[in-house]
Design a protein around this ligand. Structure first.
Ligand SMILES: [Fe+2]
Length: 273
């Protein structure tokens, strides 16, 4: 799976976060505005920019930018370590979004994290694995993540819906101290606002055979990048550092777009941190 963001996307997001126009950043990068625009659009330029100066201006780590520009990808994750975890990538036109299904191997109780665009592959897995969908957890309310909610809940009316939204009815709202069992698995949550005001990261622990913990992060963090932040970008980065990158290094990170990654990979390679 391709990264959600190439090095040009990362530069563009950081430039917008910092409030700079193309001309100011191009001058620092040693490029023309047209060359920087091309780099932001395609991730490539005829001449390499000065990543050192760019990083200092945009609060990005220059070495990590260069590694990303050279084609870094997170090491492929062997999902067989988490036998009761499935990743679904569904599409609408040019857009794709990830959702995740987990279950307990004995009780067959299941939980879905975001619905994606199309409920069919999730519903099919629930059927073939003979699961009972108990919970639907939303990482945030953006339309691509919840598009198939009606289709899922229509077939599994008893599943409880959870989100970080303040406008959700009280019985659906999560509490920070809430700890939800799913058979032997344990689900908890951390608030991760920034990309979305209602952004939540779900942690799933106590996997069989000591498989590492899993964090479903929505669009807070992508492999090598982060989701667009409409508001205060510095506090969004701080939230990610505190709530996600502080997890054990082997934690599997499941983003809303792009490939799976780990806390160790992102600490070592994400230019925003
Ligand atoms: Fe989003």
């Amino acid at each position: 799976m391709d990264l959600e963001d190439h090095v040009g996307d990362v530069l563009m997001k950081a430039r917008v976060q910092a409030g700079y126009g193309l001309d100011a950043v191009a001058a620092v990068a040693g490029l023309s505005a047209a060359e920087l625009a091309e780099l932001e659009r395609t991730g490539r330029t005829a001449r390499p920019p000065n990543y050192g100066s760019l990083g200092r201006l945009l609060d990005l780590v220059p070495e990590k930018l260069e590694t990303l520009a050279r084609g870094w990808r997170p090491a492929p994750v062997d999902l067989s370590r988490w036998r009761e975890l499935r990743m679904f990538t569904t599409r609408a036109g040019d857009f794709s979004v990830n959702s995740y299904l987990i279950w307990d191997e004995v009780t067959r109780e299941a939980a879905l994290f975001d619905t994606g665009f199309d409920a069919a592959p999730v519903l099919e897995t629930i059927e073939t694995e003979r699961l009972q969908l108990q919970h639907v957890f939303l990482t945030h309310g953006h339309s691509d993540h919840v598009a198939a909610l009606e289709a899922v809940c229509g077939r599994h009316a008893r599943a409880r819906l959870h989100s970080g939204s303040r406008s959700a009815p009280l019985h659906q709202r999560l509490r920070p101290d809430e700890f939800i069992p799913l058979g032997n698995l344990r689900i908890s949550y951390r608030e991760t606002p920034g990309h979305a005001e209602d952004g939540v990261t779900y942690l799933i622990g106590n996997w069989p055979e000591d498989a590492p913990p899993v964090a479903v992060v929505g669009d807070a963090l992508f492999a090598g990048s982060m989701g667009r932040v409409p508001g205060d970008a510095a506090s969004a980065r701080e939230v990610i550092r505190r709530q996600i990158l502080s997890l054990p290094p082997e934690t599997l990170l499941c983003p809303g777009h792009g490939p799976l990654t780990t806390v160790a990979e992102e600490r070592a390679h994400n230019p925003f941190f």
